[in-house]
Design a protein around this ligand. Structure first.
Ligand SMILES: *Cc1c(COP(=O)(O)O)cnc(C)c1O
Length: 430
């Protein structure tokens, strides 16, 4: 791909202009000018393979041509782009398409609530609604969970670095151990059940239990079908809403449209964002069981709720990929190839590295943050974007577009393997 990728000298301009808070531009210090599918082009002409996919926002790749065509047609027709939450044909078509193609086939029935465009805003809305419906305050969330940066969402998120940046005391969430948190032999749902059933446990009856079926930022931690079913059952039996945060793992990432289908769950509220628009446009929504739709008109408002352009691309994505099961089967198939390859790499080093994943969401746990950091940096120099996650950033996250072609996928995995091998040799010389 034309020599090692070095940091662009123009990054200095960003240093002077953009706040210190910038983050991804530090890990990938070049200027990206164009992108298509799984390839991003830097301003000086390097091709970079994208295994980050906007942290799960680009499940259908960058600038997906067929989705783009729908956006261009919509813009060209002078249809309404912004109308607050006024009724438009684009919104109606999205809801009808989503209901008939996604919900009906899965035996699900929900109302749609479009929130502000960020995942965090949708989480805020979900927590507010749960508190309103139940008259309770406490939210149960899980160790290593991640739900966004606004105060309500960060209160329910585990990461100490992010929490402490809030500058106020974060309240309202009680953390329970996620599946596997105490090792493979402890079923942490037993503890949750005990804490919520015991009248003297010190844990208040919660308004909601908020869970990711696979923790994305927390390190690609996988909850089992049985654990998820137990948690849902516990929520139901204590009168708490069961909320699945499907912001990162939804929209096909784990193989099915919703990440909870494999466990046949029936969440009271589902939160979707990231890949929902199918094109990287901001769009977030809640799916709410009808009997829980206790909002009064305008109680959760916002300027950018259900942006029409994003609804148009979202509808196009559903029509393109979810009308039959071929796409889903492809994700499972690709996922198997990725797992096989990553497990092969992990077994070479014999230092406890492990692979976790479901569908096409994978974490390569390096055990040591410096290995993950060095490998990710080397990978970028060789033309691959991978990000790290987990409590100490010790996990390399592999999140290719679900539409990636086999050749690009293999090239990316090749680069990852080379980078890991060089890193392991460098850090622990034989
Ligand atoms: C990204 C993410 C959020 C927050 O979404 P934003 O759009 O960044 O506010 C919440 N939950 C999960 C699981 C996420 O991955």
């Amino acid at each position: 791909m034309g020599g090692a990728i070095r940091g662009s000298r123009k990054m200095q301009a960003f240093q002077g202009l953009e706040s210190n808070v910038r983050s991804y531009s530090r890990s990938f210090p070049v200027i990206f000018s164009r992108a298509r599918g799984s390839i991003m082009l830097t301003e000086d002409g390097h091709k970079v393979i994208d295994f980050l996919s906007g942290a799960g926002t680009l499940n259908y790749g960058h600038n997906n041509h067929e989705i783009k065509a729908a956006i261009i047609d919509y813009l060209a027709s002078d249809a309404v782009v912004h109308g607050l939450d006024m009724a438009t044909p684009a919104k109606l078509e999205f809801m009808e398409t989503f209901r008939s193609i996604i919900l009906r086939d899965r035996g699900l029935e929900y109302r749609f609530q479009f929130t502000g465009p960020t995942g965090a805003n949708a989480i805020e809305a979900a927590l507010k609604l749960a508190r309103k419906v139940t008259g309770r305050q406490a939210i149960i969330s899980f160790t290593r969970g991640y739900h966004g940066m606004s105060l309500g969402a960060i209160a329910a998120s585990g990461n100490r670095f992010y929490r402490s940046a809030s500058g106020v005391s974060l309240s309202g969430a009680t953390f329970m151990p996620y599946d596997g948190y105490l090792g493979p032999t402890v079923d942490t749902a037993d503890y949750l059940r005990k804490a919520l059933m015991d009248e003297s446990s010190g844990t208040d009856r919660p308004a909601a239990i908020l869970v990711e079926t696979v923790q994305g930022e927390g390190g690609i931690n996988i909850a089992s079908k049985q654990w998820l079913q137990s948690v849902q059952k516990i929520a139901n039996s204590v009168g708490a809403l069961f909320i699945v945060d499907d912001i990162q793992m939804g929209c096909g990432r784990t193989g099915e449209f919703f990440s909870f289908e494999f466990a046949a769950l029936s969440p009271d509220i589902v939160v979707l964002s990231k890949s929902l628009s199918g094109y990287g446009l901001p769009l977030s929504m809640l799916l709410i069981k009808e009997q829980l739709d206790a909002w009064r008109p305008g109680e959760h408002t916002g300027t950018f709720r259900g942006n029409n352009l994003a609804l148009v691309s979202a509808t196009a994505a559903i029509n393109l990929y979810w009308r039959c099961s071929t796409f889903s089967q492809g994700v499972h198939h690709m996922g198997k190839l990725i797992r096989c390859r990553l497990e092969g790499i992990a077994s070479k080093y014999a230092n406890g590295m492990t692979v976790r994943g479901r569908g096409m969401a994978f974490g390569f746990d390096c055990r040591a943050p410096e290995i993950a950091a060095t490998a990710a940096r080397k990978a970028f120099e060789k033309g691959l974007i991978v990000e790290r996650c987990g409590p100490g950033d010790e996990v390399v996250k592999v999140l290719p577009a679900l539409t990636i072609d086999l050749e690009t996928l293999n090239q990316g995995l090749e680069i990852l393997e080379e980078s890991l091998t060089e890193t392991v040799e460098q850090i622990r010389p034989h």
